[in-house]
Design a protein around this ligand. Structure first.
Ligand code: NAI
Ligand code: AKG
Length: 479
């Protein structure tokens, strides 16, 4: 039987925080309950039943949650490593293999404090406005374009992702696809499966000495750069940021310059307005005759009808796509014109490799992502720590310990306007503020304060006073 301290492996120097399962909380997400015992007793009541049910006092607490009260919805087949971490906390975890249509998602999201998704589930403002209990979102992937990050921050919902745990997997897939396209082995494989022996060398090339043009030299692009040079490729890259090239790779000044020189072009940019249809008719015209395009970033980055024309005209000698403007919610026979009107045309092109968004789908990547994101969720739910959050300021304090029984952690997410700290500290001022940290990101600020000598009877007033401030987005009191 694991102890709470063993429940999550230590990472990022937070062993002390993880060893104390602080899970009593006074927050607007949970129903009002009667005031009862001291913070010390309520701490024991928060420990999951498997760790110490015999210690739970019968008295009800002031609107605290026990970890068993935390409801988590995981969609899109989140890895077991992540599920296990959340379950070991005692949270109620429902894990589904696919994403949900919007109406079903809205029904489910009403009820949960935590949701975990991958790249498919769209957490728009319209969906999130129904998520009255939600305090945190975990994107078990790199991309966060599927979440309305601004709306989430403005409603006090923190978002986490895994910024690089699948980068290597994507880079390795790119290497496989560069060789596959250069040797046309996708087509040869398909032909032989149909019984056709077609031994040809025309239009088939070694990759050694060819130029790879990487668009977006971040985690994936830079990994790919190193691997490609090891195969004897020359690497150039284009990025909106001025970045040091690894090995002997060189940054170019414009996308056009890259397209004019590269034999292979790979795309590794985020989905943002500036990258929408970044590769369209004009850009395909700027590419070298007989060059190749690979897109494993997001479907919106490539204008697919323009790619189909460039391929049919022979400008492109081949292409590989892992991502599409519309992707199905789950596995099955969905890749038809019902999904995207041009699907049949795409499927009929020569030397085209089509994969179902598997760039990051390896055992290693999914297992690491599961651990990383689940740990972030636990630290946020149990301790309010926002380190590595995507849409909130990063705030963390040394944890409360068992030796500080009458301490309370106040978390106050608020509009970033003048005068708030003064008012908050007036409210906290009757207690000793042991430590405090505050930071802002755009219009939203996040304050965390550990205060001592708090009687349980004072917590409700403390909470209510903070809630009554006009600047309030969300208040949580953990004790
Ligand atoms: N197919 C798959 O399974 C996967 C897809 N991805 C996608 O790949 C994207 C890139 O991933 P990472 O390398 O980890 O991201 P990253 O954030 O580390 O790097 C992205 C790079 O793109 C650059 N960039 C942004 N806008 C640009 C523009 N307009 N022109 C040129 N460069 C621009 C940034 O400066 C940055 O250096 C992710 O945003 C995600 O959408 C990521 C992982 C798996
Ligand atoms: O594995 C997934 O579902 C999504 C991978 C991806 O596109 C990402 O990490 O951004």
């Amino acid at each position: 039987m694991p102890t709470p301290a063993q429940a999550i492996p230590e990472r990022n120097g937070h062993a002390d925080t993880l060893s104390r399962t602080v899970s009593n909380s006074f927050s607007n997400s949970f129903g009002t309950q009667e005031l009862g015992s001291s913070p010390q007793a309520s701490f024991h009541s928060s420990i999951p039943s498997s760790y110490g049910a015999h210690q739970r006092p019968s008295t009800k607490q002031l609107k605290p949650f026990h970890t068993e009260d935390i409801k988590v919805l995981l969609l899109e087949n989140v890895n077991k490593t992540g599920q296990d971490i959340l379950r070991k906390q005692g949270y109620q975890v429902e894990a589904l293999k696919s994403s949900l249509p919007e109406d079903q998602l809205i029904e489910k999201i009403r009820d949960v404090q935590v949701i975990g998704i991958r790249s498919k589930t769209q957490l728009t403002a319209n969906v999130l406005k129904h998520a009255k209990n939600l305090i945190v979102i975990g994107c078990f992937c790199i991309g966060t374009n599927q979440v309305d990050l601004k709306y989430a921050a403005e409603t006090g919902i923190c978002v986490f992702n895994s910024p690089f745990s699948n980068s290597r997997s994507v880079a390795e897939l790119m290497i496989g696809e560069i060789i596959a396209l250069a040797r046309q082995f996708g087509d040869r494989n398909n032909e032989l499966h149909k019984g056709i022996w077609n031994k040809v060398s025309a239009g088939c090339w070694e990759v050694r000495g060819k130029t790879l043009g990487i668009v977006g030299y971040g985690h994936v692009g830079s990994q790919l750069s190193v691997l490609a040079e090891a195969m004897g490729m020359k690497v150039i890259y284009y990025d909106v940021t001025n970045l040091m090239g690894l090995g002997t790779s060189n940054q170019v000044h414009s996308l056009e310059e890259l397209l004019q020189h590269a034999d292979f072009v790979t795309l590794h940019v985020p989905e943002i307005p500036e990258t929408m249809n970044m590769m369209s008719t004009q850009q395909f015209e700027q590419m070298k005759q007989g060059s190749y395009l690979i897109n494993a970033s997001r479907g919106s980055v490539v204008d697919i009808p323009a790619l189909i024309s460039a391929s049919q005209s022979g400008k492109l000698a081949g292409a590989a796509l892992d991502v599409y403007p519309n992707e199905p919610g789950g596995n099955g026979e969905h890749f038809t014109n019902d999904l995207n009107t041009w699907t049949e045309d795409l499927r009929n092109l020569k030397n085209i490799i089509l994969t179902p968004h598997i760039g990051g789908s390896t055992e290693e990547a999914q297992s690491a992502i599961g651990v990383e994101v689940a740990e972030s969720l636990v630290k946020y739910v149990n301790f309010g720590i926002t380190s590595a959050a995507v849409n909130m300021p990063e705030v963390s304090l040394r944890s409360l310990t068992m030796e500080e029984p009458n301490h309370v952690r106040v978390i106050y997410i608020h509009h970033n306007v003048p005068g708030v700290l003064r008012r908050v500290n007036e409210i906290l001022g009757d207690h000793n503020v042991d430590k405090q940290m505050t930071d802002s990101r755009g219009d939203v600020a996040y304050l965390m304060a550990d205060i001592s000598n708090v009687n349980t009877s004072e917590i409700k007033d403390l909470y209510q006073s903070l809630e009554d401030l006009g600047s309030r987005i969300r208040t949580r009191v953990l004790y």
